[in-house]
Design a protein around this ligand. Sequence first.
Ligand SMILES: [Zn+2]
Length: 160
Amino acid sequence: MPKHKKKQYLFPRRLMEAIWFLSDADTCLEFVAALRWPDAEPVCPHCQEKGAYFLKSRRIWKCKACKKQFSVKLGTIFEDSPIGLDKWLWAIWLIANAENGVSSHELARSIGVTQKTGWLMLHRIRLAMQAESFEKLEGEVEVYETFIGGKAGYMRKDKK
Ligand SMILES: [Zn+2]
């Protein structure tokens, strides 16, 4: 099991704390894991079963029930993006701490991604903040494909 079982993670408020916190990949992973699975029992996104073991070297879990592997990103807004968790958390930190809002240009410049990527991150994070959850929202995959792949026809699936 990852170490987050006994720790309480609070998102850092001060810039200096954030720099320390977000510079460690394990801390980022533990933070998101603790956020998603507050009882420290990862839930398999493939079969919804609990009981998975952590493969430390690869920073992923393997489900005991269905034998499939999953990362902490799978099933969240961070999924389907090559952007590292640290950059996602930096973006969240910047957005959460900006008094007058952050533009996609500013975000892109601050974390070192393209403006397109900055726009995508900003869009997803805002939706997640409104929903108060980083679990993937219906329709988001279509938005991403339309945006990145330039495909026509954004079809939003309505929630039932
Ligand atoms: Zn499973």
